[in-house]
Each structure stands twice: as structure tokens, then as C-alpha cells.
Design a protein around this ligand. Structure first.
Ligand code: MG
Length: 391
């Protein structure tokens, strides 16, 4: 392994696991975390979960699994150049979407809304506080690795290192952070209460996530026919690289031109992050991990690339994520999640025994639904409602 920078997360200096374990003979703690994520049940489910397009809409669209692998690839590549810990980046990247519901963001919004509605009905009963906290996918990813995976004899969850868990908890509402802090004082939720930044490896995963989905959503969007190369001419970050590719290869057309433009766009963003981050580290005079945690976010785009990336994001938002065809699909997906939540709450007998609770039933229902793949949720809805939502 290449030498780590002084501000990188060194596995030998890890803040450790919640349940102490002897070190592995051949792997660092972060390599072990990555291996645990890959062998988890939640990881295998990602292949059948929506990124933007539903799993059954086409075999070549990204799923949560291929998205996570692309984030890990970009993350590792940037980490190597900055002498950060590649293994930690990979562990965080592969785990970052484990808590996602079926049907992408539509599913998460519907589950959050359902938990809110349940809280309105249950204000005075036991478990109401838990319901009020709604559903957040970052927090759910942490819940998966901390509590929901059942693989070890001595503890729930995967017992990952602090640094991996910190990276997984990318966002957290104040109320949920307070709740986590009670159980784990000074733990992964502290920075949402007292301020501060996560490790550079965690920061890098956030940016690699954004770089990955901006690029693959162009690819999937064009493949689906919902956006066109002509529309993309208005997006500078893409268009400048398409023109550059055409300049060097004047006969390039179709898919190959699209892929070449995306490839150049990805490289430009990767180089930009490396340069901008090096500059910020130097300007802030950061030398150690402690200083990273005190400093503002340091893994960033340059101002120019930030603006160009933002313009691409807005384009995708307007033209792809809010495309009438996508909206129509997500509308049905929302209904499935809302219907399932309601039914399980009214008739807990429909839930597997492991999810039936004398108290705190809404949270267990949310856990069950969040763990579903797209097609399982569709089938379960058909079973309970006799209605075919996605023929
Ligand atoms: Mg992601």
C-alpha cells in the first residue's frame, strides 16, 4: 500500500468498532469493513433497486448496485492521487446507499410522509417519538450496518469501524442526531450538533457520488430517449467535451460520441477535484486528521467546475427527474409504498414475524419496506391489494 498522507485516515489509528474485535491477520480494519459490506444482504438487494429508472424498465440502466460500484471506482481513483485511504473510500462508497428504499427518491419521500402521518395518529402512544423522526435514507444506511443486518453471533449489524460509519451518515437531521448522540456520546452524529467535518475520505465519497450520478444519468437519460444529445448542447460541462471529442475525431457519432464526451467529462471533474482539494489543503494548512475535522469541507470542485456541475444538475432535474414519464412512474411507486405502509400498520399479521412488534411498529414497518427491492414491493402490493401497478 502506498504511504498515506498525514491527513488521511490510517486504519492503524481507527477509533475502532462499537463491539471490540481482535484485528484480522491479513486485512486492515477498513478492508474488513468493505468485505463485510459486500457480503451483506442489503448490498445484494441494491441490484434490484431503482437509481432513476425502475429495475424492470431496461437491463442496461444503472441500479443502486452499479451506481455504488461507479462511486467506489471514482472515489478510489481520486483517493489514490491524494494519498487518502482507498480502502476506506471503497467501504463507504459501497455502503452509502444501503438504506435506500425501493423506487429511488420517490420511495424515500413516500416512506417519510407515511411515517409523518403515523405520528399524527400516534402522538400519545408509545413509540410516537420514534415515528416523528420520519425516514431519512442516510440514517437508514447507518441503521442497516449498525442494527438490521443479522450475520454475527455476538451483535446486531456489521460492527463497522467508526470512520466507515461516519462516512455513511452523510446527512442527519438535528433531532435524529440528538437521538443518536444519546446512544453514542461523541459518536458519528456529534458533528451535526457541534459542527465540524468528517474525514477527507467521507467528503470524497459525497463528491464521487455526485460526479457518478451526473454522468450516468446523462447516459441512462439518452439511452431511455427521455433526453437528447440536442438538448444537452445547452449544458456547458457536457457540450464542451462533446465538441472537444468531435474536434479530435470528426467522424464520431451516436453512442461512441456520447460515451467519449462523458468519459472526458468524468476525467475533467476528477482532475479538478484533485487540484482544488490540494489547493484547499494547502491554503488551510491542514496536516492532520484532527485539523481536517476542525476545517470546512476540503474535498471540493473549483468554483468554475462547481458552477458547471450545478448547471448540469439543474438540467437533469428539469429534463430527466421531472420528465412526465418519470413522474408518472414515481407516482405509482409512491402509491405502492404508501399503501403497503398503511396495510402493514393496520394488519401487522401480514408482516413476517420478525417485524411484528408490540411497540414501535411503524419503525419496524419502515425497516421492512425500506429493505424491499422494487420487484418485491410491486409483488407484495399485488398480493395485498390485487391491483397490478406495473404490468
Ligand atoms: Mg448515491
Amino acid at each position: 500500500m502506498a504511504a498515506l498522507a498525514t491527513y488521511a485516515c490510517d486504519p492503524a489509528e481507527s477509533r475502532g468498532r462499537r463491539y471490540p474485535e481482535a484485528p484480522a491477520p491479513t486485512r486492515t480494519g477498513f478492508q474488513r469493513d468493505r468485505d463485510r459490506v459486500i457480503h451483506s444482504t442489503a448490498f445484494r438487494r441494491l441490484v434490484y433497486k431503482t437509481q432513476v429508472f425502475l429495475n424492470h424498465e431496461g437491463d442496461l440502466f444503472r441500479t443502486r448496485l452499479t451506481h455504488s460500484i461507479e462511486v467506489a471506482q471514482l472515489g478510489r481513483s481520486i483517493a489514490r492521487s491524494l494519498s487518502l485511504c482507498e480502502d476506506l473510500v471503497e467501504a463507504i462508497a459501497l455502503a452509502h446507499d444501503l438504506g435506500h428504499t425501493p423506487f429511488g427518491h420517490a420511495g424515500q419521500d413516500a416512506l417519510h410522509a407515511a411515517m409523518g402521518a403515523a405520528s399524527a395518529r400516534a402522538v400519545s402512544s408509545e413509540g410516537a417519538e420514534d415515528v416523528v423522526l420520519g425516514f431519512e435514507h442516510n440514517l437508514q444506511s447507518l441503521r442497516v450496518v449498525d442494527e438490521l443486518e443479522e450475520r454475527y453471533p455476538a451483535f446486531d449489524g456489521l460492527n463497522l469501524s467508526f470512520e466507515t460509519r461516519e462516512g455513511i451518515l452523510k446527512h442527519c437531521s438535528r433531532r435524529n442526531a440528538e437521538r443518536l448522540e444519546l446512544r453514542e456520546p461523541g459518536g458519528v452524529a456529534s458533528r451535526f450538533l457541534v459542527g465540524g467535518s468528517p474525514s477527507l475520505e467521507a467528503q470524497l465519497c459525497n463528491l464521487a457520488d455526485e460526479i457518478a450520478y451526473n454522468a450516468h444519468d446523462i447516459d441512462d437519460g439518452v439511452r431511455s430517449g427521455l433526453i437528447t444529445l440536442e438538448q444537452l448542447e445547452a449544458v456547458d460541462l457536457f457540450e464542451s467535451h462533446r465538441c472537444e471529442a468531435l474536434h479530435e475525431h470528426p467522424s464520431l457519432v451516436g453512442r461512441r460520441l456520447l460515451f467519449e464526451a462523458i468519459r472526458r467529462m468524468l476525467s475533467a471533474q476528477v482532475y479538478d477535484v484533485i487540484d482544488a482539494t490540494r489547493t484547499r489543503l494547502a491554503v488551510e494548512g491542514v496536516q492532520t486528521l484532527d485539523e481536517v475535522r476542525q476545517a470546512p469541507v476540503l474535498v471540493t470542485f473549483s468554483d468554475d467546475m462547481r458552477a458547471r456541475s450545478q448547471a448540469l444538475k439543474s438540467f437533469l432535474f428539469r429534463n430527466l427527474y421531472r420528465h412526465p414519464q418519470v413522474m408518472e412512474t414515481t407516482g405509482r411507486a409512491r402509491q405502492i409504498i404508501g399503501d403497503l405502509f398503511q396495510r402493514y400498520l393496520e394488519e401487522p399479521g401480514e408482516l413476517p414475524a420478525a417485524y411484528q412488534r408490540p411497540a414501535g411498529q411503524p419503525r419496524a414497518v419502515a425497516d421492512y419496506i425500506a429493505g424491499m427491492t422494487d420487484r418485491f414491493a410491486i409483488r407484495e402490493h399485488e398480493r395485498l391489494f390485487g391491483e397490478v401497478m406495473f404490468p
